[in-house]
Structures are given as structure tokens and as C-alpha cells.
Ligand binder design. Structure first.
Ligand SMILES: NC(=O)C1=CN([C@@H]2O[C@H](COP(=O)(O)OP(=O)(O)OC[C@H]3O[C@@H](n4cnc5c(N)ncnc54)[C@H](OP(=O)(O)O)[C@@H]3O)[C@@H](O)[C@H]2O)C=CC1
Ligand SMILES: O=C([O-])C1=[NH+]CCC1
Length: 338
């Protein structure tokens, strides 16, 4: 018997919306969340695809998330948009704030959007990709829960703290990277646990501080930063810029706020948008073509660009649909109305 089920892309979106609505989320939230989950599964980013629906529904059931929250978009300063998510999930807050961020970036050259009081579970690349579709360069970052030990330590301080960047390209999809500043996203360790597979050395230590390949021990211990002290410093920067700078919680504060309920992390997010046309004026095309030379020199030697795998997966999924483990399919079916 196959251990995986194949779903056409339309079905991924339909299941997502149905599960979220059955879980009590408003129509607007269900659609906004479904789009990021759909995009994650389509691009074979399994740790932030359909699997995330389980955590979304659990977070609502635990009474933490406001499933009907209506985000408020505030014109805070000439180059700053604030969005108060009112303790709802972040995708709707991003969707509502993006037009003002884009408008400000086009006017000022550089603009920031601070999303506050949001429950955050999603990958960041759909957001930076959406901003780059407007011809802007984008950078996004967010804390999570304190699961990650600083380099040289063994007690969790940082979140898995992703950072994502997008650069629009003239003749194709943007250059995008998006990664946790931990060695890997926590969701990936959870997927290893669900599949009964060991994790590679270097991802985490157990609660005694010893290296571990056991995902359960890793989840109970501490995750490690990527690149040692370099990932650790970047992670600290994300705590600061998407935490105290925007008046929101650090990963440790978000963890305490959770009160061991196990909901999605609640905190802020910072998104920056730059308009190359304002920085470069009439010279924009010339400088963009120099950027293209850099991309060519990467690909030209057989190395790949970040996002290349994702764009290939996107095309594959359009033709073949997506494959998910039977166990995940069954868990999702169990959340649908009978
Ligand atoms: N909301 C939250 O709090 C959190 C969300 N996340 C999300 O988890 C996701 C996964 O993060 P993580 O586990 O760190 O992912 P990875 O360690 O797999 O890194 C992903 C990034 O690196 C690129 N990449 C991977 N391998 C290569 C390679 N050989 N050459 C060039 N580029 C490469 C990927 O491109 P490609 O996609 O093309 O493979 C992608 O941009 C992210 O989308 C992140 O936003 C993570 C932590 C917390
Ligand atoms: O995979 C991860 O590390 C997380 N995804 C959402 C919150 C943290």
C-alpha cells in the first residue's frame, strides 16, 4: 500500500479552506492562511505546507488565537506602516498592510511594515515574493519561540527566527532566499518525528546538552543555530528588530505568553521594502543588469540559486499535484466536518 497520497493543487486549496473554516476561522482568515499553506505545499516546502493546518486549528482550539480578528492598518510615519493583528494569524495582517507598504516604498524609496500582536506559523517567502512582484526589493524577519541555544551555550534563548529576501529580476521569477537562523526549521524536526526518522547531527542537542539524532529528544532539548556564532548573531538581530524595535515580544517572552499551551508563537514581524527606481532613477536598468551578471556567474558554474528548487517544484506540482503522507491526510480529514 502507498504511504503517500497524491492531491491535485485545487484540492490542496479546498482542504485548507475547509479545515480552517471547520476549525472556527473567519472566511477572511481561512482564505489568507490557505494561500500560504497552498503555496508551501505546491513548492514542496513540507515543513510549512498542509502540515501547518494542524497547528493552526490547535492554536484556535486552545483559545489563544482570535479567529475573527480584523487587522488594523495604521499610517504610522511617512515610511512606516503598522498593522495590529489583534491576536489573529499573520497572513491576513500582511495581506491588509501590503498595499500601504508598497505605496510608501514607492514614495520614500524605503519603507517598513511592523505587524504586531500576530500568531505566526508561516514561511516568509510568499510575502517577500509578493512584494518583489511589485518591482521592490524585500526583506522580512520574525522571531518565534525560544527553542534555540546561542552559539557556545546550551539553553534556548532564540526562536528559529527566519529571514527572507527577494530581489525582482527583469526576465523571470525573483531571486529569493528564506531560511531559519537555526540549523533547520523546527517544523522539519517535527516532520522527522512524525515519520520516525532520525535527524542529522548538528541540528540540536538533548536536554543534557549532548548532540542528538533523536527528534523527540531534540524537541525537548535545544536546537542549534546555523553557522555557529554567525547564525547566533543574526538570530539576535532578528529578536531585536522584530521584537523590541517594533514594541513586540522576543521569542522568550512569546514562549512565556504561550503558558505551555503549545499554540503558534505570538509576536511581531518586520518587513522592509526598497524601490530600486527611487535609489537609482534613470540608471536602474543598468544596475539591475549588473545584478544579473552575478546570478549568471553563480548558475554558470553549476551552483544553484536559492528558490530554484522551489520554482521547479512549483511547475512539477502544477502538472502532477502534490504528495503528502497518508498519516497527514488522515489527520486533516479528521478535522473536516463529518
Ligand atoms: N514563521 C516562523 O516563525 C518560521 C518559519 N520558518 C520557515 O521555514 C522554512 C524553511 O526554513 P529552513 O528549514 O531554514 O530551510 P532550509 O535550511 O532548507 O533553507 C531554505 C533556503 O535555502 C535555500 N537553499 C537550500 N539548499 C540550497 C542550495 N543547495 N543552494 C542554494 N540555496 C539553497 C532554499 O531554496 P529552495 O527553496 O529553492 O530550496 C531556501 O531559500 C522557511 O520558509 C522559513 O520561513 C522557519 C522558522 C520559523
Ligand atoms: O518551523 C519553525 O521553526 C516554525 N514555524 C512557525 C513557527 C516556528
Amino acid at each position: 500500500m502507498s504511504e503517500e497520497v497524491t492531491l491535485p493543487l485545487d484540492e490542496v486549496r479546498r482542504i485548507s479552506i475547509d479545515v480552517l473554516k471547520a476549525g472556527g476561522l473567519s472566511d477572511d482568515h481561512a482564505h489568507a492562511i490557505a494561500e500560504v499553506v497552498y503555496a508551501g505545499q505546491r513548492d514542496e516546502c513540507h515543513s510549512h505546507g498542509l502540515y501547518r493546518l494542524l497547528g493552526c486549528v490547535r492554536s484556535v482550539r486552545e483559545g489563544k488565537v482570535n479567529p475573527n480578528a480584523v487587522p488594523d492598518v495604521v499610517d504610522h510615519a511617512p515610511a512606516v506602516v503598522r498593522v495590529d493583528a489583534h491576536f489573529g494569524f499573520s497572513p491576513l495582517a500582511f495581506e491588509r498592510g501590503k498595499p500601504m507598504l508598497v505605496e510608501k516604498a514607492r514614495r520614500m524609496g524605503l519603507a517598513a511594515m511592523a505587524i504586531n500582536n500576530c500568531y505566526h506559523f508561516s514561511a516568509l517567502w510568499p510575502e517577500v515574493e509578493a512584494i518583489s512582484a511589485e518591482g521592490l526589493v524585500a526583506l522580512a524577519m520574525t522571531p518565534s519561540h525560544s527553542w534555540v541555544a546561542p552559539a557556545g551555550g546550551n539553553k534556548p534563548v532564540f526562536g528559529t527566527n527566519p529571514i527572507a529576501f527577494a530581489w525582482p529580476r527583469p526576465d523571470g521569477p525573483p531571486f529569493v532566499f528564506d531560511f531559519a537562523t537555526s540549523a533547520i526549521a523546527r517544523g522539519e524536526i517535527e516532520l522527522h518525528r512524525r515519520a520516525g526518522k532520525p535527524i542529522p547531527t548538528g541540528w540540536a542537542i538533548d536536554s543534557e546538552g549532548n548532540p542528538t539524532n533523536d527528534p523527540t529528544a531534540a524537541l525537548a532539548g535545544a536546537m542549534l543555530t546555523f553557522g555557529g556564532h554567525k547564525g547566533s548573531a543574526l538570530s539576535a538581530m532578528i529578536e531585536l528588530m522584530a521584537g523590541p524595535l517594533i514594541g513586540d515580544m522576543t521569542s522568550a517572552e512569546s514562549m512565556a505568553f504561550d503558558e505551555e499551551v503549545g499554540a503558534a508563537p505570538c509576536h511581531g514581524e518586520l518587513i522592509l521594502a526598497f524601490d530600486p527606481k527611487v535609489f537609482l532613477g534613470a540608471d536602474a536598468a543598468q544596475h539591475v543588469s549588473r545584478a544579473e551578471k552575478m546570478f549568471e556567474s553563480i548558475i554558470g558554474q553549476g551552483a544553484r540559486l536559492p528558490s530554484q528548487r522551489r520554482y521547479e517544484a512549483r511547475e512539477r506540482s502544477k502538472v502532477n499535484g502534490v504528495r503528502i503522507p497518508n498519516a497527514l491526510y488522515d489527520d486533516l480529514q479528521a478535522l473536516l466536518p463529518r
